[in-house]
Design a protein around this ligand. Structure first.
Ligand SMILES: N[C@@H](CCC(=O)N[C@@H](CS)C(=O)NCC(=O)O)C(=O)O
Length: 169
């Protein structure tokens, strides 16, 4: 195909985008190019303010490690209830989960200590939320806070390509 014919071919986006094929491999189903609720599913709500809906993938573990580090500092308000979202079984497409994260990805967190409750998704956003909420692990001074955020954003944007993402994605 010549470059001219590529230029002249107009891409018309479909009204409803369809994902037709799995790309294969054991982990193909764990990062799907789709989001949104496919079925009604009520999520449990436990006794603590923080309700974590997640799985022990690298992205999921970041939040659990943060919560455990907060607890190790003696911050009891960081107690949480953790519920498994089995992404292999499609739990990320359940209606209550999608209300927390419209992108259908773990980890997702609800904070019931606020009125109304606060939803938090994206592992980096959750880490920052918890750090600011409990005033821990994030410097106050602007330059130091910026350096902290530099690395937070780096691990979101770049670490996956250096680490697991290289083999996984
Ligand atoms: N940028 C997101 C990535 C989250 C993500 O990729 N989660 C994966 C598991 S590690 C997931 O939920 N996959 C389910 C799917 O794609 O259907 C974050 O850091 O929270």
């Amino acid at each position: 195909m010549s470059s001219d014919s590529i230029k002249n071919e107009e891409y018309v986006p479909p009204k409803v985008w369809q994902w037709n094929t799995e790309n294969g491999g054991k982990f193909a189903s764990t990062n799907r190019p789709i989001a949104g609720a496919t079925h009604d599913k009520v999520l449990p709500v436990g006794q603590h303010s923080l309700q974590l809906h997640s799985l022990a993938t690298p992205n999921g573990q970041k939040v659990t490690i943060m919560l455990e580090e907060l607890l190790a500092l003696g911050i009891s308000a960081a107690e949480y209830d953790a519920y498994l979202i089995n992404i292999g079984e499609g739990d990320q497409f359940g209606s209550d989960f999608v209300d927390i994260n419209p992108n259908s990805k773990i980890p997702a967190l609800m904070d019931h200590s606020t009125t109304p409750p606060t939803r938090v998704f994206e592992s980096g956003s959750i880490l920052q939320y918890l750090a600011e909420k409990f005033d821990a692990f994030i410097p106050k001074e602007l330059a130091a806070k910026t350096e902290c955020r530099n690395w937070l954003f780096w691990q979101m944007g770049s670490a996956p390509y250096l680490g697991g993402g290289f083999g996984h994605l």
